[in-house]
Design a protein around this ligand. Sequence first.
Ligand code: PMP
Length: 397
Amino acid sequence: MIFSDVTLAPADPILGLTDAFKADTRAHKVNLGVGIYKDEAGQTPVLKSVKKAEAILLETEMTKNYLGIEGVQAYNLVVQGLLFGENSHIVSEKRAATAQAPGGTGALRVAAEFLVRNTQSSTIWVSNPTWANHQNIFETAGLTVKEYRYYKAETHDMDFDAMLADLSQAQAGDVVLLHGCCHNPTGIDLSLTQWAQVAQICLDKQLLPLFDFAYQGFGAGIDEDAQGLRTVAAVVPELLIANSFSKNFGLYNERIGAVTVVAEDEKSATNSFSQIKKTIRANYSNPPAHGGLIVSTILANAELRQEWETELTEMRLRIAEMRTLFVNSLKAEGVEQDFSFISRQNGMFSFSGLDKQQVARLRDEFAIYIVGSGRISVAGLTKNNMPAVCKAIAQVL
Ligand code: PMP
């Protein structure tokens, strides 16, 4: 038999945890594994701005005809506005070309396959640690994955010297995966000075930055979070960007993101984009429309855009509030260890420093689910579940 030789794949480290959580019958269970924003009531409702855009689409959408390979044109333009800012030279000089993609994951996959098939770049450097799916995506597309150091466990902080030292070992043409903001899983981002240094090393050593930008607006603000990307794009002639609207528009299951290529001139951008389209055609032909139409409808309408920005700010501020409350509640539970680093981290996640054994005890004894690396989704904490979570952590430390 052909299939009898197929072995059982291990459960995905993050999505497998969600399955285990669903199967858990304990009523007080808390899921702080997967990166999904929860409101104060512990829900992940559709944003109001999204509901309104969907109402408009229900009235105005006339056809379900195929989109072009690159997706909704208006969407691709608004994506460039979010990435590079209004009045960007990169956009006016037509050095950027964007294709709608099924989520940030789809965008990363397309970017990787484009590199493998069309360039000499065959090695990608990712941070240690990084999002659990990066290695999987890049290796499946045929890239060799190497790691650069990023995080110092003892200080719960960035190890920038080590990062630079490792990147200086990279060869011309190697790709460097950079988290645009809200680094997953550590929540620790580069400062603007550090971004400028990374830009310079990429320029000097002819490394190609690939930005994974999945959390724009969850760190400090829409434009603020793009400063790292814009700093690098102002210095290096070529880069790739995979962005996602799963989190900042709450469009997780619509699978909406984009892949953007920035080239040194319009001709090179056009050629590269034609190959990106060829990659898309071979994978899924053209993207699903709904997510792209929602995002472009919201961003083209001043009132809806304002409403979305307000909703995004609410999400960001609630997570920041939970960070402070988390630190204070741990202290109140008698935890002596200093957890103040949690309030210095950005985005949805906190790299707690809890080890595998402590994570297992949290799950087995207290029905609290976090990723084995100790990554906690702070966006899943609420005033209601906070006391139980902090009590449990105090017990396992
Ligand atoms: N990159 C990072 C760093 C992420 O955290 C995620 C989502 N967890 C993605 C990419 C993929 O996002 P999407 O769900 O849009 O595929």
